[in-house]
Design a protein around this ligand. Sequence first.
Ligand code: BG6
Length: 457
Amino acid sequence: MSSSNPLRDPADRRLPRIAGPSGLVIFGVTGDLSRKKLMPAVYDLANRGLLPPGFSLVGFARRDWEHEDFAQVVHNAVKEHSRTPFREEVWQQLIQGMRFVQGTFDDDDAFERLRGTIEELDKAQGTGGNFAFYLSVPPKSFPVVIQQLKKHGLADQSSGSWRRAVIEKPFGHDLRSAEELNAIVHEVFGSDQVFRIDHYLGKETVQNILALRFANTMFEPIWNRSYVDHVQITMAEDIGIGGRAGYYDGIGAARDVIQNHLLQLLALTAMEEPASFDADALAAEKTKVLGAVRLPRDAGVPFYLRTGKRLGRRVTEIAVVFQRAPHSPFDTTATEELGSNAIVIRVQPDEGVTVRFGSKVPGTSMEIRDVSMDFAYGESFTESSPEAYERLILDVLLGDANLFPRTEEVELSWKILDPIERYWDEHGTPAQYPAGTWGPVEADDMLERDGRSWRRP
Ligand code: BG6
């Protein structure tokens, strides 16, 4: 750490989490993701003292911008979307390392200019040759950018510095295309250089699944097929597709969020305890789960997944629903209002965990009704949760791969989805539903056939 860094207290628990000399190059810097998430996340990290003093941010795009125009765009994005307060002194430091490279992805001169910019930053900002390349670009552009990085020596780590590729989803549109893309990526970057983004893994509440399950003794003993009846994973959004109709119509909801976010939630919910939280150990357990998912359900514990835009409410949750008690000493009238016990991991927006169970209603007779115990982040912690992209960008700079899906996980997830997509191609996709409702009746029918029903969060 440089002596100019104000964080000198050796007891400061952020110390091991401060990135070393480095920079980030964003391809697709004019896109929504970059403006709403990536640029604000970089600022928030700087504001929290987690970036090195000479940290550099390079934008690459077709626009005819000077460095100052790019800095102004970042400034606006930060003012509008960053999580932490704007501080002029942080901004003034950050702006020192901002550069813009104008060009298209097939433009060799532009990639040479990028190489020159990185060399210049190494001298001016002390970035030490350590750069992450963030591909926030349409999937069709992944191969050309990756190949250009190779061609212009930008993926080369032989001088002892590191080079990493950060790849946004969608990673392919089926198993075959994902395999092809993996082959292209790995021709240029080693597996420890590739960071595939699934921003759900960067969410605090998603990381908390591991804490809840493996740091406590009261949940895990019943977290198995002897006690769990089924699991419901809901990712409901109230927003529509906005300006993304082209992207969304081309891929649909399942490719957009089930192949990645929901299957990762499934894997974290169903996996066995890893030997450690080492990236390899975690990936090994998630891979076992993804490889064991079967369609249609047989005798195992069913996992029901649902997602959609313009639903009744924005809510993402995992509900682990338990079997009924095997023997009830109560009159049936006493338990008429008793539902199934459940542990609900509230991923967002009301972050926390709910445990639902039955309790006697005060009075002269035995009547049992559902009650719940709630843990809410807002009430239990004074610390606010970082944005997913803050955590993930920092982990890329630290070379920490725990929260990034591996090649095998991506491919196994497509293996699960492909037959469903094929079925929809042949038989039509699920029926439409009116905006603001909880989706098509087919979704309710599916659970009803199994004698179950969806929660209404
Ligand atoms: C993205 C999807 O990965 O996740 C979007 O492409 C979706 O369609 C978004 O809206 C939801 O993210 P979050 O963090 O708001 O739940």
